[in-house]
Write a protein that binds this ligand. Structure first.
Ligand code: FES
Ligand SMILES: [Fe+2]
Length: 352
């Protein structure tokens, strides 16, 4: 078994896109509504892929390259649930099976190698989740999804020029609030972070609970439900391996605001970012207005993170950490173990 080694990780393991454990995990790559009448191209862990909705309504994900002459399948069209290649019209149906080679005629046998190796795909929380190899982990649980007193608001996908581990590290960290988020909620917050006690949270998340006083500018009123200049928040922040973070906020009014923060590796140094919100408000406010403050906060993180070049060192002693970094240090330790896991323990082949 490959053992955890600072030296190994420090020297070799800043790249993670080839890690079998990461390739065997679910990553959100699009919103369900992004997959419309045609194929959608995306890139995950350095692989160019295509997704479309088949005739049965199920999503199909495959390598974005036609097995005939390597045309991008995403340049084709979807006709009656079949993806039709733009070059010679080969058609692919449920599970990526090639169902027609027009030049051979409808009665001809399709070459077995013409079938696409489809990947694992699921839809949850309004997101399309993909795993490149047989999934070894579950899509993280947000039980508020099934609670009718909560509504879900999706925010759309963005691409950030930053390595996904740097995003997760940031989302686990509250000590940057008074610095990076001075323009939104962090201006009135004391820089000193109370002692962080890590432990299991609900729904299988792992992290910590804390309380903060947050600035509540006018633009935040739709989110916080009050126009008080400062609001008290009871919060928790936790992670779910490999790259999901959940932040929960409870205001004194009883309003709960749950955030799922997703960091999807496009490659080692580019990522997709999306956040999903669940709220027990009266469901009447315009969703876009309700998440405008979260968007502004995300833009502050993006501006900071895009200045951190390269991948994130994963060795324990590669970076200097203090007690306020406990959560991100623990996430980085566990993520580093995943990335260095022996390949044999988590092998998988494309779904057929
Ligand atoms: S390259 Fe796709 S059908 Fe020929
Ligand atoms: Fe932040």
């Amino acid at each position: 078994m490959v053992s955890w080694s600072d030296q190994t990780i420090g020297e070799k393991m800043t790249t993670f896109v080839h890690s079998t454990a990461v390739r065997s995990a679910w990553h959100p790559v699009a919103e369900s509504t992004d997959v419309g009448d045609g194929p959608l191209a995306f890139r995950l862990l350095g692989e160019d892929l295509v997704v479309w909705r088949s005739g049965s309504g199920e999503l199909v994900v495959a390598h974005d390259r036609c097995p005939h002459r390597e045309a991008p399948l995403s340049a084709g069209t979807v006709d009656d649930g079949k993806l039709v290649c733009a070059y010679h019209g080969w058609a692919f149906g449920d599970a990526g099976r090639c169902v027609l080679v027009p030049s051979s005629g409808e009665d001809a046998t399709v070459p077995p190698a013409a079938h696409l190796a489809s990947r694992w795909v699921d839809e949850r929380y309004g997101l399309v989740w993909v795993s490149l190899e047989e999934p070894m982990t579950e899509i993280p649980t947000i039980s508020h999804e099934d609670d009718p007193s909560f509504r879900r608001i999706n925010s759309g996908m963005q691409q950030w020029k930053v390595s996904a581990p740097r995003m997760v590290d940031n989302f686990c960290d509250i000590s940057h609030f008074p610095w990076v988020h001075v323009g939104t909620f962090g201006g009135g917050q004391t820089p000193r972070v109370p002692r962080i006690e890590l432990g299991g949270l609900d729904d299988g998340w792992y992290g910590y609970a804390y309380e903060v006083d947050a600035n509540n500018p006018d633009v935040a009123a739709a989110t916080t439900g009050t126009d008080e200049p400062v609001v008290h928040r009871r919060m928790s922040t936790g992670f779910h391996l490999p790259l999901s973070v959940r932040s929960t906020i409870e205001y004194e009014t009883g309003l709960h605001h749950i955030l799922l923060l997703c960091s999807t590796p496009v490659d080692d140094e580019h990522s997709l970012f999306t956040f999903v919100v669940w709220r027990n408000d009266d469901h009447s406010a315009d969703p876009e207005t309700t998440i405008a403050f979260d968007r502004a906060i995300g833009a502050e993180d993006q501006r900071m993170l895009e200045q951190l070049g390269g991948t994130m060192p994963l060795g324990r002693t590669d970076l200097v950490s203090v007690q306020s970094d406990r959560c991100s240090v623990e996430w980085r330790r566990r993520f580093g173990e995943l990335v260095t896991a022996p390949v044999a323990a988590v092998t998988g082949t494309p779904a057929s």
